[in-house]
Design a protein. Structure first.
Length: 234
């Protein structure tokens, strides 16, 4: 099926890329629907592209990956973590990154974790969903000249620029989780904001600032949902 995806890349591009215009997009979309209707096995194969990995980024364009992520999400599946990390790290498209986060949180099975998440969100390093765990761990690590430093090594001198860079990375991930906004995303965001690290206070302040223009009751509800009760003296 991986070979088929490569061969079909031009077809998918004309179906998914809005630059071709609505008429072309719809025409190719209709043709695909007809082809899949004639081959029901292909529907399942296309929805379960588990063999895709980081080396397959060149198979599709950004628009093509957006389409495939949407198709797989509609069937309750997603590509491997390896490919999703690669898409997230190697694309300049925030839309694609948003769809990656959406694909992960939509398919994540966090039922047991959700039961007590407001009282005690899981530690970032113990988060049960592997892709989110890796992304959150990566975003709260500060790169030093020779090592990777966290709060446990706070006695070491930290370059303010490195701290700012880590906060920026964690803030982008937090914003993506907030935009997706489903229950799994909010659980991950609460865990990220609760994690103790050198940039935690600044990250929480950035997130709290997003709600500063809201009325007091709405703002407090958001702070409560995200574990930011103390960010505004609440």
């Amino acid at each position: 099926m991986k070979g088929f995806l490569g061969l079909a890349s031009d077809f998918i591009e004309k179906m998914a890329n809005p630059a071709y215009g609505t008429q072309v997009n719809e025409s190719y979309g209709l043709r695909l629907a007809q082809l899949l209707d004639q081959d029901r096995e292909a529907v399942g194969e296309l929805a379960h592209m588990s063999e895709l990995d980081a080396g397959d980024l060149s198979l599709l364009t950004t628009d093509g990956w957006l389409w495939l992520l949407g198709w797989m999400k509609s069937h309750g599946t997603r590509p491997s973590d390896d490919l999703l990390h690669s898409l997230f790290d190697n694309s300049n498209s925030l839309v694609l990154r948003l769809h990656v986060v959406e694909a992960v949180t939509t398919t994540a099975d966090l039922k047991r974790t959700k039961e007590g998440w407001r009282e005690s969100p899981p530690n970032v390093r113990e988060f049960p969903e592997s892709w989110l765990r890796t992304r959150m761990e990566k975003s709260v690590i500060i790169s030093g000249p020779e090592t990777r430093i966290e709060r446990g090594e706070a006695a070491l001198q930290l370059d303010p620029e490195n701290v700012q860079a880590a906060v920026a990375e964690s803030f982008e991930l937090a914003m993506l989780l907030l935009q997706v906004g489903n229950e799994s995303a909010m659980l991950a965001l609460r865990s990220l904001l609760a994690h103790p690290w050198n940039g935690a206070e600044l990250l929480r302040a950035h997130i709290a600032q997003l709600f500063s223009g809201l009325d007091e009751e709405t703002r407090r509800n958001w702070y409560l949902a995200l574990g930011l009760e103390d960010s505004d003296g609440a």
